[in-house]
Design a protein around this ligand. Sequence first.
Ligand code: PPS
Length: 570
Amino acid sequence: MQHQNLAPIPELYVSHESAQKLKVEAADLISWDLNPRQICDLELLMNGGFNPLKGFLSEADYDGVVDNMRLANGALWPMPINLDVSEKFAEALELGQDIALRDQEGVILATMTVTDRWTPNKAREAEKVFGADDSAHPAVNYLHNTAGSVYLGGPVTGIQQPVHYDFRGSRDTPNELRALFRKLGWRRVVAFQTRNPLHRAHQELTFRAAKEAQANLLIHPVVGMTKPGDVDHFTRVRCYEAVIDKYPGSTTTMSLLNLAMRMGGPREAVWHGLIRANHGCTHFIVGRDHAGPGKNSAGDDFYGPYDAQDLFRKYQDEIGVEMVDFKHMVYVQERAQYEPMDEIEDKDDVTILNISGTELRRRLQEGLEIPEWFSFPEVVSELRRTRPPRSQQGFTVFFTGFSGSGKSTIANALMVKLMEMGGRPVTLLDGDIVRKNLSSELGFSKEHRDLNIRRIGYVASEITKNGGIAICAPIAPYATTRRAVREDVEAFGAFIEVHVATTIEECERRDRKGLYKLAREGKIKEFTGISDPYDVPETPELRVETEGADVDNCAHQVILKLEQMGLIAG
Ligand code: PPS
C-alpha cells in the first residue's frame, strides 16, 4: 500500500436546504437527548469518521461485531456503536418510526429511523469486546452502570454537526483532512493517536515513525472522552500546540478528534486504524498497550502489552493503513539524545534515563523538578498550571459522626486555623448551615439524607476544583453515600474523611440540643444512633476521639494529617 485515495468519503449529512426543512419537521418527532458519549459517536457517524457505518448498529450488525468484529455484510468493524436508551423510552416507540436526536441543549443534530430494538446481553458484550466482564474496565463499567438497558439501531440522517466552542480551528472532519492532504500534496501520512501530553520522547518517536514510513505526520489527539483521570483536553491541546512548533517546518500537522474512547486495547487499535483510514491517513502508530484500560479487579493487566499490535497486524490490509510499531524511546545521557531502547548496543556503558508516567505525576504533585531532557518547558509550565503541587490544590475535609459528637465545633476550629495560615479560601459546610441554605425542604428519611449529602458533595467538589478548602460537617450516616461524595471530590483533589468517634452514650449524656431526650421519647423519629443507623467509617483518613481531648487538640490532629498528606506546607 503506497498512497491513499484522497477522494471524499460518504457523510450522512443532508444538503443545507434539506437540513433546514428536516429540522423543522423533526421538531414534532419523539426525541432522545444524547449523552456526551453518544454525541461523540454521532459526530463521527455523520462526518464519515465511522465509515462504512450508516447509523447506529442494527441487531444483526451488533451480533456480528460482538462475535467476530464484522458487520452483517462482512465488513471489518470491531466496536459496537449503539444508541443505548432507557426501557421507558424504547417502549414508547414503534419500529420504523423516526426519532430526533438532540444535544444536551436540545438542538436537533440528526434524525434516526428506528429499525431495530433489543435488550443486549451486556455480560456477553463485555466478555467478547473488552475481554472480561469486570467493572474495573472503564467501558464495562459504563456498559453496566451508565448505558441504557435497550439498544436502538437504524440509519441516521445528519442535520448539523455538534457545536464546539473550543479549538474550532483545529477540528477537522475526515473530508476536511483529506482536502488538506490533497492541497498539501501529502500522499503518505502517519497518524499518531494520543490521550496524553506529548513530551520529548513522543516527539522523537513520532518523527522517527514518519521518517521510517517516508510520510508526513498527523498528530491526532482524542478530545472526546478518554480514560477517567486523564489530563483534561484543554490543557493537553495547549501542550500539543507548543510541541507542534518543534517539528521541522511543514512536516507535521495537528487535528483534534472528537472520539469517545473505550480503552478497548486490541479491538480499539483496529477501530482507531479504520478511523484514521477514513481521515486520509496511510500509516498508524500502534504502541505498547495501545488504548490500555489499566489493571483489572485482580490487579492484572487486561491485555498483553503487544496484543494490540498483533491484532492490528493481522487485519492491516483490510483496515487500509499500515502499522508503524511504537519504539520505546529512552534518553542516553552521554550522547544527549533519545534513542530506541532496543537499538542501543552499548547499554552497559551509557546512562539511560527515563521518567515514567507515575513518576511524572509525583513530581508535579510535589512541585519537584522536571528536567529539560524529559519535556519542553512550555509543556511543563502548562501541566504545572493545571496540576499545581498538592499544597496549592483544593481539598475537602469531611467530618462525620453522631449529632452532638463535636463535628461542628472541631470544624469551626479547623476553619479558623486554616484561615490563620492563609493561602486558600475556606468554606464551612456545617450540617445546620447546609440544612438552612441548601436543603431546607429535606427531612431525615434515607432518601432525604442521601440527597442532602450529595448536595454537600457537589458543592465541596466545586470548591475543591477551584482550589479552595471545603470543610463539611454533616452526620452523613451512610457509607455508600460517603463513598459517592469521595468519588465526586477526588476527581478534583484530596478527600479527607474524619470520623468524630464520640460514642452514642457520650453524645446522649451531653445532649447539648436536648434532641436525644426527644428521640428517646419518640418525639423525633429516625434519629441517628437511636432509631436510625450509623455506618461507622471503616478506613477514614483520621479518627478523632473527643472524650478527654479538647477541641483545639482535635483540630490540631486534622492539621497534622493535612501536613502529612502534603496538603499544607509544614
Ligand atoms: S444528615 O443525616 O447528614 O443528613 O444530617 P445533618 O444534615 O447533618 O443534620 C443533622 C442535624 O439535624 C438535627 N436533627 C437530626 N439529626 C439526626 N436524626 C434526626 N432524625 C434529626 N432531626 C433533626 C440534629 O440537630 C443534627 O445536628 P448536629 O449538628 O449533627 O447535632
